[in-house]
Write a protein that binds this ligand. Structure first.
Ligand code: ZN
Ligand code: ZN
Length: 359
């Protein structure tokens, strides 16, 4: 499995006229090799694939990355061993991941390796990761199902006086009990005015009747993430809450319909954004429409007005418009979608009523 990924990367390297790539982004290390240790780098050339790591991981590399040749580093000597290995390879154009190498590391490398042979690259492996294989989709579907179950479960806990923190803890506990490795990210429970913060941190605020509550949660299963948002009202909703919810719902459903192969990130984003703007809430939707999900909960591609990505079959993205009004609160609705040859398959199964759910 991993060797097909390495071959795909080798094609990209050849196109870029690179003789090799040092992979230090940990997620990319796991994607290419299967090795999931917390310390280690890959070196991939046209005919070699090496993993540099220390004693703690020798057995793990043999198990998880059998296709890779192990370069043994002494404890605490990662950097030196990596540099010595790169120096031995003596490549004229060696790519490195510009977003995953510190200035300090780069300085150390260039003491031993000519700086002009080190070529910064961005997103080479991330681009490969955008198109999911069947096995990856199986893991994502399982992560989606866990999130769907957790949302259904947490609704039964929602009552006056329960705090955001209580609900977030119960969500995480449920996810793990139900079989998730972990929550994909700390669950967001944003009630009342806190809902105006798209990425609110969970507080001790007790939920009160009439509050909108935004739940944003995801599971991690077999290394893959899911991402789900629903907004409900505790008790009776007022007219404005209903109106804003209905608008976000309409924008979300329209954007889902627009998510198909060949459409660009800005095009799909605009479908939701225009509907929200026409209703006078343009300023209140201050984030992009969606993002890719896979080994990371936020990854390429992006659906936003500035995105340069185009949807292709096999991509998994969120569609999550929202409206956020300071002091008042917020509404967001988020589904996870697989782009298919024919259009899209909405993976999320959590109930999504067209009118605001009063719990
Ligand atoms: Zn989310
Ligand atoms: Zn999201």
């Amino acid at each position: 499995m991993s060797s097909a990924r390495v071959e795909a990367l080798r094609k990209v390297l050849a196109e870029q006229e690179l003789e090799g790539l040092v992979v230090t982004n940990r997620t990319n290390v796991a994607y290419l090799s299967g090795f999931r240790g917390s310390a280690g780098a890959l070196i991939i050339t046209a005919d070699q694939q090496l993993v540099v790591t220390d004693f703690r991981y020798f057995t793990q590399v043999a198990q998880q990355a059998p296709d890779f040749e192990l370069v043994k580093a002494e404890q605490g000597q990662h950097r030196e061993t990596l540099i010595a290995t790169l120096k031995d390879l003596n490549l004229a154009r060696l790519g490195f991941e510009a977003q995953a190498v510190t200035v300090d590391e780069h300085n150390a490398w260039t003491e031993e390796i000519p700086a002009n042979t080190l070529i910064p690259t961005t997103g080479l492996v991330e681009e490969l990761r955008q198109i999911k294989e069947e096995a990856e989709l199986t893991a994502i579907r399982a992560a989606v199902e866990l999130a769907d179950q957790a949302f259904a479960h947490i609704l039964s806990y929602l009552r006056p006086g329960v705090t955001e923190r209580d609900l977030a803890i119960e969500t995480e506990y449920f996810l793990k009990r139900a079989g998730a490795e972990a929550a994909a990210f700390p669950p967001i429970v944003a009630s009342g005015p806190n809902g105006a913060l798209p990425h609110a941190t969970v507080s001790e605020r007790a939920i009160q009747p009439g509050d909108l509550v935004v739940f944003d949660l995801g599971a991690m299963k077999d290394g893959y993430c899911s991402d789900l948002t629903r907004t409900v009202c505790l008790g009776k909703a007022d007219a404005m809450q209903q109106e804003v919810y209905a608008l976000v719902y309409r924008a979300q459903v329209a954007a889902l319909e627009a998510a198909c192969p060949g459409r660009t990130g800005p095009e799909v984003d605009a479908v939701a954004r225009n509907l929200i703007a026409e209703a006078g809430y343009e300023e209140a939707f201050g984030h992009g429409l969606g993002h890719g999900v896979g080994l990371e909960v936020h990854e390429a591609p992006r659906l936003s007005s500035t995105s340069e990505d185009t949807l292709k079959a096999g991509m998994v993205v969120t569609v999550e418009p929202g409206i956020y009004l300071p002091q008042w609160g917020g509404v967001r609705i988020e589904d996870l979608v697989l782009v298919t040859e024919e259009g899209r398959e909405v993976l999320t199964q959590a109930a999504k009523p067209s009118i605001l759910l009063e719990v």
